[in-house]
Design a protein around this ligand. Structure first.
Ligand code: UCC
Ligand code: FAD
Length: 566
């Protein structure tokens, strides 16, 4: 008999309480908004049962692979044991399984099979939305693959890209190819027109060889890529600026000795997040390539890819928010503090409800862009729809990318200290969210893109319970219209300074309209109405609020600079 045998904490005894872990359940069944949206717009049984089965697979099987991709990141082997340069990017078995799964589940193919007409993109993106937070970032190569297929389709599926198109869009895993998107060089990722130094040297057979240095290339284990370069004339001269850029198609292949043809992998990037993805610096040293745009029309040609990858980015952003909310609300049913479950603390529920409202907005914004894309591709879009797609793509990308970081960060806090612990898998969600506002165009660069194409439509329906929300959206829309008219008369540079707030205003007003629209559906729930009302309580038109404070006046840039460099 010893006193210590009654003590719960002694030697090997570490106490008897262990916190239950949050459980990932079928992300399709757990998502009332997704299911409601699909019931409303795409109620086909085949779609719903496919998404339900896929959701089950994600929860039970795929999520573990995603984790494996994170803990077993890619590495670069420069040399073989005998000193020969090989540049092998070694990826995990889970990363390779993601490739097979992506083909078999049609994660790119669905968008091109168009079995559900104008709703095919909504179906495809719903599947990616379920997949994304468990995908080990395989959504990155899929986005670029989809973007490359879109570019090829837009220029015409013929030699030399016909085989590539069929491989990018196949469901056969052994034939499936992924694509890279190599735009960024050391001098510029945003300012591609100035930053691109890569030159294209024409060959006698009409093809080219590329020489340059690509500073960021993601998922570099891709089978092919689209990339920008300047065609040299006979004297070796090139045209500067955007007008000198052409778009090239290149296959990433190896010679009989296993060496990459015309490419050296300088190194893999050491990144904050997206560690699952091999992101490399590449020396292009005579990479064989085919020009697929007219000379000097590279940027407008690759813009089709940007549209697709930016939409994928928005879907991933909304999906990250959704995942953290799903896990947090599950945890709130398991964790007790101050004598009751977290779900019974109203302040904690308020925090989760605010995250849910943001997720509602991000989901509806992203899906609406997918809807518009599907309409355009099926030839049923009006001219207004086409303009709206062009306008909303950067708006939705920039807004959801930023909000994902805020919501996921708040989400981590809802697990307390455990949210900060690596092997829970939660910190990776935040690291991966942080990139969403950087790649595929930063917030400011996309805000300026919005200025290229300002146009707006009204989607308001008056329903009494929603009256305050309708009033708020209507008022904000009028304010926005007045702002745009007035700003057009102001000095040069005024609109540039307002670009980010303008883009935010567009996102918030349009999301408000979508939330109201969804809440007006006859099968909408009380929570749909509540979400719309809550969304519309925020400042829907920050551009006007900031304008009233003089934020865009010509006096502010020198004050900003002085403040920053004080
Ligand atoms: O980051 C990258 C890959 C990351 C991995 C993939 C992740 C996918 C998501 C996964 C989710 C998990 S790839 C690198 C991405 N890079 C960028 O996004 C570049 C950011 N910079 C811009 O967006 C710039 O605005 C540029 C480079 C597109 C254009 O800048 P410029 O040089 O000022 O261009 P201009 O002169 O204004 O435009 C040239 C032409 C014009 O047409 P024309 O000549 O007919 O007047 C523009 O109207 O291109 C047209 N254009 C567009 N057209 C420019 N942007 C667009 C657009 N977005 N759509 C249609
Ligand atoms: P900069 O352009 O130098 O931007 C710096 C800051 O200046 C930003 O805040 C920006 O918003 C601001 N800024 C720039 N211009 C303006 C302006 N006119 N007005 C106001 N503000 C401005 N690229 C590829 O091509 N292929 C890839 O596969 C790829 N993968 C990537 C993977 C990762 C993990 C990351 C982090 C990046 C990747 N990129 C890739 C590069 C990415 O697209 C660029 O980093 C991004 O577009 C920004 O370009 P930059 O780095 O040159 O930043």
């Amino acid at each position: 008999w010893e006193a210590s045998s009654f003590l719960p904490f002694s030697r090997a005894r570490i106490g008897s309480f262990f916190q239950e872990t949050p459980v990932l359940k079928n992300p399709f069944l757990e998502d009332a908004l997704l299911r409601g949206y699909l019931r409303r717009h795409l109620p086909q049984g085949a779609v719903l049962s496919d998404l339900c089965a896929f959701g089950e697979r994600v929860a039970i099987e795929v999520d573990k692979w995603g984790r494996e991709c994170e803990v077993n990141p890619p590495r670069l082997v420069h040399f073989d044991p005998w000193g020969r340069r090989v540049d092998h990017i070694v990826t995990s078995p889970a990363w390779k399984r993601m490739k097979d799964l992506s083909a078999q589940e049609g994660l790119v193919a669905i968008g091109y099979e168009r079995s559900f007409g104008e709703w095919s993109r909504v179906y495809q993106m719903s599947k990616l939305y379920i997949f994304s937070p468990s995908a080990g970032l395989y959504t990155c190569p899929l986005a670029m693959t989809d973007g490359a297929a879109k570019v090829i389709q837009s220029i015409g599926v013929s030699w030399p890209v016909d085989e590539a198109f069929s491989r990018l869009t196949t469901r056969q895993s052994e034939r499936f190819w992924t694509s890279g998107q190599w735009m960024t060089e050391r001098q510029g990722g945003s300012d591609v027109a100035t930053g691109t130094e890569t030159v294209a040297v024409s060959q006698t057979d009409g093809s080219y060889k590329l020489h340059g240095f690509k500073w960021f290339t993601s998922a570099t284990d891709a089978d092919m890529t689209l990339t920008l370069a300047r065609v040299q004339d006979r004297t070796g001269a090139t045209t500067p600026g955007s007008r000198g850029l052409s778009l090239f198609y290149a296959e990433v292949s190896r010679d009989e000795d296993g060496r990459l043809k015309g490419i050296e992998v300088q190194r893999l990037k050491d990144k904050l997040g997206t560690r699952q993805v091999p992101t490399a610096e590449l020396l292009l040293d005579g990479l064989p390539a085919h020009r697929i745009s007219e000379e000097g029309r590279g940027v407008p040609c690759i813009a089709n890819m940007l549209t697709i990858t930016r939409i994928h980015n928005s879907i991933s952003a909304a999906a990250a928010m959704r995942r953290v909310v799903q896990l947090a609300r599950d945890y709130a049913t398991r964790r007790t503090a101050f004598g009751k479950l977290l779900r019974d603390h109203p302040l904690h529920m308020q925090t989760l409800a605010r995250m849910e409202v943001e997720t509602h907005g991000a989901f509806l914004l992203s899906m609406d862009v997918c809807r518009l894309l599907g309409q355009e591709e099926s030839g049923v879009a009006t001219q207004l729809d086409t303009h709206l797609l062009r306008l909303l793509t950067p708006v939705v990308k920039l807004y959801t990318g930023k909000q994902a970081v805020a919501v996921v960060s708040e989400g981590l806090e809802s697990f307390g200290g455990q949210g900060y612990i690596e092997d829970t898998g939660l910190p990776g969600l935040l690291r991966d969210a942080q990139v969403l506002s950087i790649w595929e165009g930063t917030t400011n660069v996309l805000s300026l893109d919005v200025l290229r194409c300002v146009a707006l439509t009204k989607r308001l329906t008056d329903v009494s319970t929603l009256a305050p929300a309708v009033k708020a959206v209507d008022g904000a829309l009028s304010q926005l219209q007045m702002f745009v008219q007035e700003a057009a008369t102001r000095e040069p540079g005024y609109l540039d300074l307002a670009a980010r707030d303008l883009a935010y205003s567009l996102a918030r007003i349009y999301a408000g309209a979508l939330l109201i629209d969804h809440a007006c559906w006859k099968e909408a729930s009380a929570s749909d109405t509540y979400a719309a009302l809550r969304w519309c309580e925020q400042d829907l038109c920050p551009v006007v609020t900031k304008q009233a404070r003089g934020c865009y006046d010509p006096s502010t840039p020198p004050l900003d600079s002085a403040l920053v460099y004080d």
